[in-house]
Design a protein around this ligand. Structure first.
Ligand SMILES: [Zn+2]
Ligand SMILES: [Zn+2]
Length: 306
């Protein structure tokens, strides 16, 4: 990491060590309310638009949104130029990664290295973070869903953090291989752009719909945009699944069984209202039964074509 352009010791003291920053990101992303707000972002944005219109009238509301966007883009560009790696001390990633590598089996390490090499070829620097228990009830009472899952987090300075649950790291190598093909497909150019465009396009359309329409039209717009939001996410998720099924489809049923078990475990640890909110993440991920069925069909077709 000697090529890094920032020097944490001379920075303004808000640089966070890599493990702490990732832990914070995981904790905030698994909060039921945070997940729910993100799942229903279009509805939230339509409400923001409606509020602005009520406060300032449609013309001023549009001008305000345009100004916020312009200032936001400027601040982001300036910040990136000043600190290309963002607020994370990337020098602290290497010792962290060395320490967790020592605890991971060689077969699993091979899979992680294959994934890192693949994502590296896209021009990213890759880091691995192990998602562990965050509920504080480690052991049989732990209900942390993230321990069974994986994710990719794009970071400033063309870095990608591969987040992998500690339970998933104990699964069979081929199960992890399936998940890793899914994850690396997310980072591939087309699907990465599709995920970014989803947030940008749908959010802007939702704010504009809130500002420009009223009465029944606002409700229809919110419902329509939520549908677009959901279909967009499902297309991305299923494309990543099917790519994984084409490569390692035989391992998929084991993964779906794991997900079902993890879902039941984490639901058991939640209160009723948290369970209700958790159910509502459908706009982000298709249900496991649909993913399982499509993967099985793809794998079958693969076996039948010589
Ligand atoms: Zn836990
Ligand atoms: Zn995915």
């Amino acid at each position: 990491m000697s090529t890094d352009t920032h020097h944490p010791s001379t920075a303004t003291g808000r640089i966070v060590p890599f493990p702490a920053a990732m832990q914070r990101a995981v904790v905030s992303s698994v909060r039921p309310l945070a997940r729910c707000l993100l799942s229903y972002l279009p509805v939230l944005m339509v409400a923001v638009g409606t509020g602005l219109r009520a406060l300032a009238g449609p013309l001023w509301a549009l001008a305000l949104v345009a100004a916020v966007l312009a200032i936001g883009a400027l601040v982001l560009t300036l910040r990136r130029r000043r600190r290309p790696g963002g607020r994370i001390d990337w020098d602290s990633a290497a010792p962290y990664e060395q320490a967790i590598r020592a605890q991971i089996s060689p077969r699993i390490l091979t899979v992680l290295d294959e994934t890192a090499a693949w994502i590296g070829r896209l021009g990213y620097r890759i880091h691995v973070y192990r998602m562990e228990c965050t509920c504080g009830h480690d052991g049989s009472a732990c209900s942390c869903r993230q321990r069974w899952f994986a994710g990719t987090a794009p970071m400033p300075g063309r870095r990608v953090v591969l987040l992998v649950g500690d339970r998933l790291l104990e699964a069979e190598a081929d199960v992890l291989r399936f998940v890793m093909v899914h994850e690396r497909t997310h980072v591939s150019t087309v699907w990465f752009a599709a995920a970014r465009a989803r947030i940008l396009v749908v959010s802007l359309a939702a704010v504009a719909a809130g500002i420009l329409s009223s009465g029944m039209t606002v409700l229809l717009a919110a419902a329509g945009l939520l549908l677009v939001w959901m279909v967009w996410a499902w297309v991305i998720e299923l494309a990543c699944d099917l790519n994984a099924a084409r490569c390692h489809g035989a391992a998929a049923p084991q993964l779906w069984a794991m997900y079902t078990e993890a879902g039941a475990l984490s639901r058991a640890g939640l209160r009723w209202w948290q369970r209700t909110i958790r159910l509502s993440t459908l706009p982000d991920h298709p249900p496991v039964w649909l993913r399982a069925r499509l993967c099985r069909a793809t794998h079958q077709r693969r076996l039948e074509t010589p």
